[in-house]
Design a binder for this molecule. Structure first.
Ligand SMILES: [Zn+2]
Ligand SMILES: [Zn+2]
Length: 609
């Protein structure tokens, strides 16, 4: 698997291979439907590439095989990729019968869009790349010739519907997904990972393990958390509370909606309005349901006069936010319309910034350790000089200073990071945290931002050591992301085999016959009173069926009790893997499981031998 940051990836050979494979695939499809195939866009993506086509009929699995076969022939031809810079007029002639390309050329000519229709800052040059008989509107990069691709390391994966420019009012196109690697072994590893990822899909496991559900009448993107999900949420919040308390945070609570005026002041309206739910009106005033918690935390800061002695002030809240996501973009728990965020805002003086920032980073590391996240990259986005006053708050001194402090803090802390110039947020540098799950699937979990504009918008002040008013810096951070995204990630990371501390049910007591029902009930009562989520299975099924049921629900411990155990006041534990542990007394097992819960130890499936 490739553990690249986005920027490293775009510079990699793999990226050029995949981009080239997309062109080769487009050639093969054009040949399959001569004169009829209309081509749209075909970029490399994480782990592969795709191309969108408008075709006279639906593609079948046999078509994919034929396209793949033809791709191998094209690869064997070792055709060079050649670039040509041309005018918009010439480009229109080249693509005279390709309506999607003509639309893209318009965008390129006017500026503001690249050849895939993505917004960009500059007016780009228009260039073509040609190999063999195929020419695309493209600025590369590509491999030198098609022979640089290993034909046994390319595979087409699937066809899906995709709207032109992601807009459901536009025609629906057919998108072919493919993957390409440097070696056949890498392809094999990737396909194996895909298989495993399918089994771990949080939408599938979330249902099987009764964690969450969606309901048409409630609405798309609005998850309902079932009791098992509720337990996981509570455990995550407990963790956050403990860790934040130790780091000097204080917890606050804020309402789900506020008057329009607050979001005007914060700058969310009108710029962010598209991502917000529409307003509602009451007593002649417009209210918005909040897409973020920040403005309300700022108001808590402003609720009374602050002095340097109050700082750093660290306000934490698991705030529920609501954002409008297009229905076509909703995806399980990963893209939702309501989310509970592990939010906090740290208000500090400039002189405390580095210390506070480092503390946030070390909190990430604590969490990574607990969850067994071994691979991560912090993407550090900084400002660009040209953007000052336009894309970025016009205060170069503060930009340079805070960026330098962040850089220094990351270097000192030996943090794995890449710097991405020109991608900062409007009001300060930010850090996106990319992590990889146990099987190497990539997730973006959280963003940290430094903010030196909003405190000013809110007129936040504190009295410094010299008795003068000073504006604090604000750090936004959410290391545990939202419950939705985090739990979606954790389900896939653990494959549903949660560590004991997170498992909705921690131990299931399984009597061998009715004779031990009462004994099982007593153990259940004792364990529950001690805070262990235990349940006695007093159903009519046979023991083996009960064990299988508990395994299916990924209960970490099954405690089998027969007459022997009953007489000895013992339990015979088994792991969900089927492994049996030696019998031990009811009290001894209680101590063992409590220690595991307290220590938040990883599940046995992920423990190092
Ligand atoms: Zn291209
Ligand atoms: Zn914030």
């Amino acid at each position: 698997m490739s553990y690249y940051s986005k920027e490293e990836y775009e510079k990699s050979k793999l990226y050029r291979i995949r981009h080239s494979a997309a062109h080769i695939m487009a050639q093969a499809v054009m040949e399959m439907f001569p004169g009829e195939a209309k081509i749209a866009i075909g970029p490399p993506i994480e782990n592969g590439f795709y191309y969108d086509f408008d075709l006279p009929r639906h593609l079948t699995p046999d078509d994919l095989k034929a396209i793949e076969k033809r791709m191998r022939q094209i690869i064997a031809g070792k055709h060079p990729f050649e670039k040509r810079v041309i005018s918009a007029g010439e480009a229109r002639q080249v693509f005279a019968d390709q309506p999607y390309k003509l639309e893209l050329i318009d965008g390129l000519e006017q500026g503001g869009f690249d050849e895939d229709g993505n917004p960009i800052d500059e007016v780009p040059e228009i260039s073509l790349y040609t190999h063999d008989t195929f020419t695309d509107l493209c600025r590369g990069p590509h491999v030198e010739n098609t022979g640089a691709i290993n034909p046994s390391a390319v595979k087409l994966l699937s066809v899906a519907g995709a709207y032109w420019r992601g807009d459901e009012n536009n025609p629906q196109l057919q998108r072919i997904y493919g993957t390409a690697w440097e070696t056949p072994q890498e392809l094999k590893d990737y396909l194996r990972m895909l298989e495993e990822a399918k089994k771990r899909d949080h939408r599938k496991l979330g249902k099987e393990l009764d964690i969450f559900t969606f309901d048409e009448e409630v609405g798309p993107g609005l998850p309902l958390w079932l009791p098992n999900g509720g337990i996981i949420i509570e455990e995550l919040e407990k963790l956050a509370k403990e860790v934040e308390y130790a780091h000097g945070y204080e917890r606050v609570r804020t309402p789900h909606l506020t008057k329009e005026a607050l979001f005007i002041r914060s700058g969310h309206l009108p710029y962010y309005a598209e991502s917000m739910y529409p307003p509602m009106e009451m007593e002649g005033v417009r209210y918005y349901i909040k897409p973020m918690n920040c403005p309300m935390h700022h108001k808590i800061f402003a609720a009374r006069p602050r002095s340097y002695r109050d700082l750093p002030l660290r306000l934490g809240e698991y705030g529920t936010c609501y954002r409008y996501e297009k229905s076509g973009e909703l995806f399980g728990l990963m893209r939702v319309r309501s989310m509970q965020m592990n939010d906090a805002h740290i208000y500090c003086a400039e002189e405390d910034f580095e210390q506070e920032f480092m503390d946030v980073i070390s909190m990430y590391m604590e969490y990574f350790e607990i969850f067994g996240i071994e691979r991560y990259i912090m993407r550090f986005s900084t400002h660009s000089k040209e953007g000052l006053g336009k894309k970025y708050v016009d205060n170069e001194r503060l930009w340079l200073k805070t960026e330098d402090m962040v850089r220094q803090a990351m270097e000192n802390g030996n943090i794995n990071y890449v710097e991405v110039p020109g991608e900062a947020a409007f009001y300060g540098p930010k850090i996106d945290v990319q992590v990889w799950s146990a099987i190497g699937r990539e997730f973006t979990l959280a963003t940290n931002q430094v903010d030196f504009a909003v405190p000013e918008r809110f007129d936040l002040k504190f009295v410094n050591r010299h008795g003068e008013d000073e504006t604090p810096l604000c750090i936004h951070r959410a290391p545990l992301s939202t419950h939705e995204r985090m739990i979606g990630f954790l389900i896939e990371h653990y494959a549903g085999k949660f560590p004991v501390w997170l498992a909705p049910e921690q131990a299931r007591i399984i009597p061998i016959t009715d004779d031990q029902f009462e004994y099982a009930r007593q153990i259940e009562k004792k364990y529950r009173a001690a805070g262990v989520r235990a349940r006695a299975d007093l159903g009519s099924e046979r023991m083996n069926a009960k064990i299988r049921n508990a395994q299916k629900k990924q209960v970490p411990y099954m405690l089998v009790v027969g007459n022997q155990e009953k007489e000895a006041g013992a339990v015979a534990p088994r792991l969900r893997s089927g492994k049996r542990l030696p019998a031990l007394s009811v009290d001894a097992f209680l101590e063992r499981i409590q220690a595991e819960i307290r220590g938040r130890v990883p599940p046995p499936e992920m423990q190092k031998a």
